[in-house]
Design a protein around this ligand. Structure first.
Ligand SMILES: Nc1ncnc2c1ncn2[C@@H]1O[C@H](COP(=O)(O)OP(=O)(O)OP(=O)(O)O)[C@@H](O)[C@H]1O
Length: 341
């Protein structure tokens, strides 16, 4: 069997501080298949952005990868020299951030930036690169692309700028796009358009996507699979329909309590009583146990790894219940089968 496009194995990210080491990502593992869209969801501070930054090699010091491996097409990329990682970032992995201006140089026309990216990574001449750049702008729905190509980033609206960033991310025909909250900074009325554009183009061009978002509605309408993160770990991962309609982790059940539609104001994921712990105060055992209505003795003591839980995998002892545990469990867990949103 071919290796998945991306493999993240037991990833651990730490921040050294004066008071000791903060473990921001702890044993994070997942794969992304070629052409697949994986959503990554979870409360603010769960570790979504750090996971994305680790994959694209842009983890900011003092944060560091302290353990685990990241493999692209079976090859390790987490220990590569700066220069080599930069080449991979252009050629194999594209990145889209919240603020389009992070990705664009204000001093150059968008055409120059597209043409440079294309020519850096693909063996094409200047005229062909410009032709491709115009086509990319057309693909992303920029009107009058032949003229707009010679405009500067500030001459575009926020939504149009993010379309340019999508064009730029796709310019070198990468295998994977890491998109971190790509629509959060945009007007609510155009968020859905940009998400659907991203999905359509990546499917057309065969690029896989890791889509980081707070928004379960976006995940539901966009992704093939979803990883739910909590306190620096993957709490649940599985096909999107299964995670949404039959979540196996009590945290996911809480998240699914409300799926806002993409047209609604973005809702923060605050359906569950209590708050996610700070990294300095992660409780022993399962990090979710203080908020969990189903927690039993083992959850206070032992940290669960991802376990088979029907059609998803969930880091929850309810799916490994031993007879002795069940005796102490306050309630039998019923995965919360939700009706269609
Ligand atoms: N420079 C830093 N120093 C110390 N801790 C950090 C630093 N950057 C991030 N962290 C810690 O890592 C945790 C995870 O951060 P991350 O940005 O990945 O969360 P997130 O899930 O993407 O949240 P958000 O949705 O708000 O972007 C944060 O809660 C924070 O405590």
């Amino acid at each position: 069997m071919n290796a998945p496009l991306l493999q993240v194995k037991n990833l651990r990210v730490e921040f050294p501080t004066r008071r000791g080491t903060l473990v921001a990502l702890d044993d994070v593992s997942f794969d992304i298949a070629a052409g697949e869209i994986l959503g990554v969801v979870g409360e603010s501070g769960a570790g979504k952005s750090l996971t994305g930054a680790s994959i694209i090699g842009l983890l900011e010091p003092p944060g560091r990868i302290a353990g685990g491996e990241i493999l692209l097409e079976g090859r390790r990329i987490d220990r590569l020299p700066h220069e080599e990682m930069r080449r991979i970032r252009g050629r194999k992995i594209g990145a889209i951030f919240q603020d389009p201006l992070t990705s664009l140089n204000p001093l150059y026309t968008v055409g120059r930036q597209l043409v440079e990216t294309i020519q850096t990574h693909l063996p094409v001449g200047a005229a062909e690169a410009r032709r491709r750049a115009i086509q990319l702008l057309k693909d992303t729905g920029i009107p009058a692309a032949e003229e707009r190509i010679d405009h500067y980033p500030h001459q575009f609206s926020g939504g149009m700028r993010q379309r340019v960033v999508i064009a730029l991310a796709l310019a070198a025909e990468p295998k994977l796009i890491v998109a971190d909250e790509p629509t959060t900074a945009l007007d609510v009325s155009i968020q859905a358009q940009i998400i659907f554009l991203l999905k359509r183009l990546c499917k057309e061009k065969g690029a896989a996507v890791m889509l980081v978002t707070h928004d379960m509605g976006v995940i539901a309408e966009t992704c093939d699979r979803v990883a739910v993160m909590y306190a620096g770990r993957v709490a649940e991962i599985g096909p999107v329909q299964d995670v949404i309609h039959a979540p196996a982790h009590p945290y996911t059940v809480g998240l699914m309590g409300s799926i806002p539609s993409m047209e609604d104001e973005r809702e923060r994921l605050t359906q569950i009583d209590g708050a996610m712990p700070r990294l300095t105060a992660i409780p022993p055992g399962c990090a979710f146990h203080p908020r969990c209505p189903h927690a039993f003795e083992r959850c206070h003591r032992e940290r669960p790894d991802l376990l088979d839980a029907g059609r998803t995998r969930a880091a929850c002892w309810l799916h490994a219940a031993r007879p002795s545990d069940v005796a102490t469990a306050p309630a039998v867990f019923q995965p919360n089968a939700l009706t269609d949103a």
